[in-house]
Design a binder for this molecule. Structure first.
Ligand code: 13P
Length: 245
């Protein structure tokens, strides 16, 4: 079976109720591209309303706590996200690793909490610019994979080189292809795990990135805030048929 592509939008700290009309248009597109998974991760304040409007679009959160409940002011548990009707949760985004000092061990615990709640974790990894310049991109990402991913169960990896996020810079196709192949080879059930690329994916580069063998979709920030751009990226995704899992 082919790995289903996942085109995932991450709204980060953007979006008010008035912006949810976006989902009507994307939901129409989602029905016509039933070969793909399409998701939007709005801010937590919009999860409940987004789920009601999503149709075939999957709704995700942007983070979850490692515990199911308790005295953790301001945090949201995976059970709460599931209860809101969402399907997935992004964990370990570089902005959370950076802003909140999240460690790989915490990211793994979050991914396991998500799985236990019945959510699909989308686990983010990626090297800093200096790591790539100094030739240790693979060792950094390999270490992140080894320590951030659960031992079993389904999850998605999003490879997001930190220097490519929100900068308009993307990794070269060779670098993306090479890193995705490296990640797949380092996973125990690599053939079944979807690996997304993220970092300045736009309508003008989506087609060539999504055509790469080991790229199973994209995690999209800025371009997921504009319906025309996000729709163009969905349209650029190839239809996958006879790939072995
Ligand atoms: P941009 O697409 O804005 O570079 O953001 C990527 C990202 O961080 C998605 O999680």
């Amino acid at each position: 079976m082919a790995r289903r592509m996942l085109i995932a939008g991450n709204w980060k700290m953007n979006g008010l109720r008035q912006d949810l009309g976006f989902l009507d248009e994307i939901a129409d597109l989602a029905y016509s591209r039933a070969d793909l998974d399409i998701s939007i991760s709005p801010p937590a304040t919009l999860l409940n309303q987004a789920v009601k409007m999503a149709g075939a679009v999957k709704i995700g959160a942007q983070d979850c706590h490692i515990r199911r409940s308790g005295a953790h002011t301001g945090d949201i548990s995976a059970d709460m996200i599931k209860d809101a009707g969402a399907d997935l949760v992004i964990v370990g985004h570089s902005e959370r690793r950076d802003d909140h000092g999240e460690t790989c061990e915490q990211v793994r615990a979050k991914a396991e909490a998500a799985q236990a709640a019945g959510l699909l974790p989308v686990i983010c990894v990626g090297e800093l610019e200096a790591d790539r310049r100094e030739g240790r991109a693979e060792s950094v990402v390999g270490q992140q994979i080894a320590t951030s991913c659960p031992a079993s169960g389904d999850y998605v990896i999003a490879y997001e080189p930190v220097w490519a996020i929100g900068t308009g810079l993307t990794a070269s196709l060779d670098d993306i292809g090479g890193m995705h192949a490296f990640i797949r080879a380092s996973l125990r059930k690599g053939e079944t795990i979807r690996i997304l690329y993220g970092g300045s994916v736009k309508p003008n580069n989506a087609e060539e990135i999504l055509a790469l063998d080991d790229v199973d979709g994209a995690l999209i920030g800025g371009a997921s805030l504009k319906v025309a751009d996000f729709a163009a990226i969905i349209t650029a995704a190839p239809i996958r048929i006879a790939r072995s899992r």
